[in-house]
Design a protein around this ligand. Structure first.
Ligand SMILES: [Zn+2]
Length: 160
């Protein structure tokens, strides 16, 4: 677990890292395909045209060792992460490209970020939510993302 002192020290670093990552993804990623854009609207993303998706071989971990270690320990971004949403930037691991539920999940985080009022407030809200969670839950924002993605996939089975 991450104690409060460590959390307070790492939070500004996490915000800074998130801002840099979002900038990087927005500069290099691709806009959503039409289906992704309509999924985004269904999920409640206000501005789907701002979303960019970047496909990578491996989800990048923060360079700061303490931050990377906390991220792994809290299972927020780990070496086995397949995708992550940072503001309007979504990173997907190449071997999970085309995984609809994974993209939907990340789009829920984009909508949450908009609702939160921006990346910095979202990082704080998301990490606070994860930090406050009991040992066996992942936090209400993460639960919402998992539930919504599952529901949409179940409602519209992928055409064969
Ligand atoms: Zn998530």
């Amino acid at each position: 677990m991450i104690d409060n002192h460590t959390y307070q020290q790492l939070l500004p670093l996490a915000c800074e890292w998130a801002k840099q990552q979002e900038e990087f993804i927005l500069a290099r990623g691709s806009p959503l395909a039409p289906r992704g854009a309509s999924d985004a609207r269904q999920i409640g993303v206000q501005d789907p045209s701002r979303v960019r998706v970047l496909v990578v071989d491996r989800i990048p971990m923060p360079e700061n060792e303490a931050l990377a270690e906390a991220s792994r320990r809290a299972q927020i971004i780990t070496d086995s992460s397949r995708g992550v949403a940072i503001g309007y930037g979504i990173i997907l691991r190449a071997d999970s490209w085309g995984n609809r539920e994974l993209l939907l999940h990340q789009l829920v985080h984009v909508a949450q970020c908009e609702r939160s009022g921006g990346l910095e407030s979202f990082v704080e809200e998301y990490l606070g939510d994860r930090k406050a969670s009991a040992k066996f839950t992942v936090g209400s924002l993460e639960e919402e993302a998992r539930r919504v993605a599952r529901e949409i996939c179940a409602a519209e089975p992928v055409a064969k």
